[in-house]
Design a protein. Structure first.
Length: 456
């Protein structure tokens, strides 16, 4: 476990850690568990629905006894009126009468270098723990691809009934009905290590997040972590979670108070070198300023930098040295170009696709002209997995990601970007090695309306 904790600390210190906070955080503050919420709703339903609904509510009781929480909740929701159901949930999960629990405050203590918090809880415990200094976003209003230091309430907020994700249908809508959100969550989960806190193995929210991670992980999963009590994780569950890239860190919990979990989070915050000197994040959640355009790491590892003909600004990640330290190689660059417009600057028009090509090359300006050396190719092959990810919140990107195939010249990737609206469009291109981001190129362009030049 010591090596896992060291890896976890490294992710936090590098600013690449996202905490995923589950129902256990809310329970520690006095709110009901999943099963407790359903029991509360069943009591409300039995007091308000006609006798003809008794059989259906008995079915919900049976499903709850079997541990099929989603089925039990769905039956209760179907039998209650929408207004009664909404009022019952809101009453059960109202945190305003409870103090902020220590576990929520411990998560807020990670703030100096923590990237973000994702929670499936409806309540405001975490928002209150961060004292409003991190912005909180409900599901329908997510546009966070270029931000950090925020709280994403993935399943909605208590005050916005339309944002709730509780039933099976609502889960399906979340996974399949919102492609822009799915791309954002996939990018977040692939570019960052996740730390699951307050989730149990029988938690439907945890199951659905694991399902997404298994899909996103493909053949090589990034490294994620879950803090869970000792004796609760079987070897089968460990293998299942391992397929989603989740490593289990267990802690003793003989009295059921999770005191050791609180100590682990507190120690993790204390280990952060930025905790004493760094200011708490601002309420705006703004990203730090970019380094100068010729910024690059000093280690000579895989990194691209500089501003070339494409106008992309290079921003090396701090993690580059830790990712490539076992195979140090000479400098290479991410090359980006728009073949239709070379050598002119590209023109972006709403709803009109434009091809963008990305490759590794020995220089940083425009399309690559020369192959990489055989020695460099040989050392790149040892890294085994080099991926490129394109993020663009206001454009459809096809495909969502690509893998650079070596040797040259087959390591050219083609992406199609289709802007969805006029105005500013930010394009981010990320180079990943072993599923860890090592470099990011960014560019902001203007998207025009077809009518501006009579285009059809």
């Amino acid at each position: 476990m010591s090596s896992q904790l060291a890896d976890l600390r490294a992710r936090l210190h590098a600013g690449r850690l996202v905490v995923c906070a589950g129902a256990g955080i809310s329970q520690s503050g006095g709110l009901p568990s999943w099963a407790g919420l359903i029991q509360h709703l069943l009591a409300e339903a039995r007091a308000s629905v006609p006798a003809s609904a008794a059989l259906a509510l008995d079915e919900a009781d049976d499903a709850l006894a079997r541990g099929d929480l989603i089925r039990a909740l769905g039956v209760v929701q179907a039998e209650m009126t929408s207004a009664a159901y909404g009022r019952a949930v809101a009453r059960a999960l109202d945190d305003s009468r409870h103090p902020v629990p220590p576990l929520a405050r411990a998560i807020a203590g990670l703030a100096p270098t923590l990237h973000a918090v994702v929670t499936t809880n409806f309540d405001r415990f975490l928002d209150r723990a961060f004292t409003g200094e991190w912005r909180s976003f409900p599901l329908p209003h997510v546009d966070l691809g270029q931000e950090r230091h925020y709280i994403l309430q993935l399943h909605g907020t208590l005050t916005d009934r339309s944002s709730w994700v509780l039933s099976k249908r609502e889960y399906e809508d979340l996974l399949h009905g919102r492609p822009a959100l799915r791309r954002f969550v996939e990018g977040l989960f692939r570019f960052h290590s996740l730390l699951f806190v307050g989730y149990g193995l029988g938690d439907p929210d945890f199951d659905h997040l694991c399902e997404q991670l298994r899909v996103f992980a493909r053949s090589q999963a990034p490294q994620h972590f879950a803090l869970m009590p000792e004796g609760k994780v079987s070897s089968y569950e460990r293998r299942r979670l391992d397929k989603a890239g989740i490593e289990i860190l267990t802690y003793p919990n003989p009295d059921g108070t999770h005191a050791e979990l609180l100590r682990l989070l507190t120690d993790l915050a204390a280990s952060d070198p930025g905790a004493a000197s760094s200011p708490r994040p601002s309420a705006t959640g703004a990203r730090p300023d970019h380094p100068p355009h010729d910024a690059r790491t000093t280690s000579g590892d895989v990194v691209a930098a500089g501003e070339g003909d494409t106008g992309f600004l290079g921003v090396p990640f701090e993690s580059v040295r830790s990712v490539t330290r076992s195979t140090p190689i000479e400098q290479v660059y991410l090359n980006v170009w728009f073949p239709k417009f070379e050598p002119r600057a590209p023109r972006f028009v709403v709803d009109v696709p434009i091809e963008m090509r990305v490759a590794l090359g020995p220089q940083r300006q425009g399309a690559p002209a020369d192959p990489l050396s055989e020695d460099l190719l040989d050392r790149l092959r040892r890294l085994s997995q080099i991926d490129v990810w394109v993020q663009c919140a206001d454009a459809d990107v096809t495909p969502c990601d690509g893998t650079l195939q070596l040797p040259w010249p087959t390591n050219i990737l083609s992406f199609e970007l289709t802007p969805r609206r006029t105005g500013g469009l930010r394009i981010a291109i990320v180079l990943l090695i072993h599923n860890q981001p090592v470099h990011r190129l960014e560019r902001e362009v203007q998207v025009h309306d077809r009518r501006e030049r009579g285009e059809r």
